[in-house]
Design a protein around this ligand. Structure first.
Ligand code: RB5
Length: 155
């Protein structure tokens, strides 16, 4: 299932994405199914989306803020989340193939998302690309080790 959520800047983009997912008969869950307020800050939305993503290893998230940057920073603080802010198909594809990303971050205020066609391409690329394992596995284990280190207080 695709878990979708946005801060106050991305409500319109989120609605377009939901329409698109419905049209393509892709299972989705709207984690922020309300008209956003200015107080709906991206760190809170990141937690809401990521907690839902982590409920099932088959889930993927689409988390939206103005640039995709703030929400990707917040998502990546959550253990088990690998989030990537992508503005083209290649980034979305490689974020899956190499980094096994489980959250795609999008920027609603970027030029890139003014054309929904661009957003569609990035979403398709993210959904239809798969983790290659192999040489990437060692690096992802190192990321898990960073998470473990932080649980112990980190540095
Ligand atoms: C909110 O105004 C804006 O800062 C946020 O959506 C995002 O762009 C942060 O990275």
């Amino acid at each position: 299932m695709i878990i979708v959520g946005s801060d106050h800047t991305g409500v319109a983009l989120k609605k377009d994405i939901i329409e698109y997912l419905k049209e393509k008969k892709i299972d989705y869950f709207d984690a922020t199914n309300y008209e956003n307020q200015d107080s709906d800050d991206y760190p809170d939305i990141a937690v809401t989306v990521c907690n839902k993503v982590l409920e099932d290893s088959n889930n993927l998230g689409i988390a939206i803020c103005g640039t995709g940057i703030g929400i990707s920073i917040a998502c990546n603080k959550i253990k088990g989340i690998r989030a990537a802010d992508c503005v083209n198909e290649q980034m979305a594809e490689l974020s899956k193939r190499h980094n096994n990303c489980n959250v795609l971050c999008l920027g609603a205020r970027l030029e890139f998302s003014e054309k929904f066609d661009n957003v569609e391409k990035v979403i398709n690329s993210f959904i239809n690309s798969f983790y290659e394992k192999g040489r990437h596995e060692r690096r992802l284990v190192k990321i898990e080790n960073i998470e473990k280190m932080q649980n112990k207080g980190g540095k």
